[in-house]
Design a protein around this ligand. Sequence first.
Ligand SMILES: NC(=O)c1ccc[n+]([C@@H]2O[C@H](COP(=O)([O-])OP(=O)(O)OC[C@H]3O[C@@H](n4cnc5c(N)ncnc54)[C@H](OP(=O)(O)O)[C@@H]3O)[C@@H](O)[C@H]2O)c1
Length: 213
Amino acid sequence: MANVLILGAHGHIAQLAEKQLLRETDHHLTLFLRNAKRLTVSDPTRETVIDGDATNQKEVAAALTGVDVVYANLGGKNIEAQAKSVVAAMDQVGVKRLIWISTLGIYDEVPGAFGQWNHQMLDGGYLETYAAAAKVIEHSDLAYTIIRPAWLSDKAVVSYETTEKGQPFKGTEVSRRSIADLVVKLINHPSEAVGHSLGVNQPNTDGAKPSFY
Ligand SMILES: NC(=O)c1ccc[n+]([C@@H]2O[C@H](COP(=O)([O-])OP(=O)(O)OC[C@H]3O[C@@H](n4cnc5c(N)ncnc54)[C@H](OP(=O)(O)O)[C@@H]3O)[C@@H](O)[C@H]2O)c1
């Protein structure tokens, strides 16, 4: 049994991971989110809800007591500030293991026509801030795994492969369920993929755009 802190617990992928963790493991989940009354707790013996903002180092640090693994499912224009706050809070409390959801394209690793389309869609604020946040994580001394999903769908499928930092990104899309599945695997096997930044895509989805565009 591990104590897992989920930051951004109301996020789409986070909610899928939470359900899977409750179904398949006996981990205790601390669910950290803004406006916490939005979240429905299904098992009060295994879920603790904390209202907080990831940019607030004090609030994140307070949520970290006794935590083994942090899964950050955050987003938004101030993602770099969130990364700084999470790293500082983890350093402060001495928690090491971090799973950080980022995005494809932060290393300009997406090749070909899809890479160009991805730039067109995501340049101008998004890719730059997500890249800066990933740098904060990579420059920390945490035992991190960065996950770079392809374009996300809500398809009811779990099918994915990964690429490493330094390799060209594969495919165009992946389901949120697949990312949740990878997160659950890493929580269950926390020594895997430490220090790695994984591109994640559904196999055989190469093309100039995701199928739903
Ligand atoms: N859409 C795509 O195709 C795609 C592809 C690759 C990666 N991504 C990225 O993957 C990540 C996860 O995806 P998702 O679908 O699960 O996203 P999501 O539903 O937007 O979840 C992100 C969560 O972050 C929370 N958050 C933002 N700022 C916060 C703060 N200061 N304190 C606490 N919580 C905060 C949001 O909370 P609130 O509900 O309070 O706003 C939201 O619940 C996102 O960053 C997304 O941009 C997306």
